[in-house]
Design a protein around this ligand. Sequence first.
Ligand code: GUN
Length: 280
Amino acid sequence: MTARLIDGKAVAAARRAALAERVAALPFRPALRVVRVGEDPASVVYVRNKDRAAQAAGLDSATIVLPEATTEAGLLATVAALNDDPAVDGILVQLPLPPHIRAEAVIAALDPAKDVDGFHPLNAGLLAMGRPALVPCTPQGVMILLRETGTPLAGARAVVLGRSQIVGRPMAQLLLGADCTVTLAHSRTRDLAAECRRADILVAAVGRAEMVRGDWIAPGATVIDVGINRLPDGRLVGDVAFAEAAAVAGAITPVPGGVGPMTIACLLENTVAAALARRA
Ligand code: GUN
C-alpha cells in the first residue's frame, strides 16, 4: 500500500469531543429527535449509533419508533408535532421508509430550520444556489476529510460517482462551492473508468461493492469511499476495491472507519447549528 490512510474515525472523534465542549458551555441542551419507521436491521443500527453519539455529545436525544404499518398521514402527523414543538431543534426521519410512504412528501413536510439531514427542498435549493444552510451530513463529512488531509480543492478535477439526493448531488454542489471542476457520473455515464481516471479527487457513492478498480484511479489521486456494502461472507466493503486502489492512490478512506463516522459527527454539528440559529 502506498496511499495515505484517511482516518475518519479519528477526525470524527476529535470533532465530537470539540462539539461536546461547546455544548457543555451552552445555556440550553440542543434537542434532536430521530424518527424510525419499522425494523430495517441497518436502520436499527444506524439510528442507535446516532442516538448514542448525540447523548455522548451532551445533546437531548430521543428516538421515536413507529410500526412498519404506520401510514403516510400518521408519519406526517408525527413530523408536524415535532415541527410545532419549540423544545425540538433537529428532526431526522431515517431512510429508507416503507414502500407505502412517500419519502419526498415526508421530507417536504419538515420544518426546514429543523432539517438536520439537509434534505428539504429549501435546503437543497440553497445549497444548489451556493448559499448552504443545513447541508447533508455525509457529503459535509467528506469535505471535512478533504480539508483535514490538505487535499488541494481549487481547480482540482473532482469526479463524484452516484447522483443520489443524499450523497452524490449535494457532494457535487459542495465540491463546486470549493472551486473544484466537478463531474457527476452515474450508471448511464459512458466509460465510467475513463471519467474516474481523470479525477484528482474521486468520491464513490454508488452502493456497489468494490466496483471501482485500481486501474480506474489516477496515480496520487485522493479517493473517498462512501459505500458500505455487506458481502455474502459477511465482510463490509466499500464501493472501491481497497487493496488495488490503495496501491495507486495518494490518499484513501477505509471502509469501515472512513466516511461513516463523519456522517454522525456532522449530524451532531448540524443539530447544534440548527439550535443556535433557531434560538438566536
Ligand atoms: N439513510 C441512510 N443514510 C441516511 C441519512 O444520512 N439520513 C437519513 N435520514 N437516512 C439515511
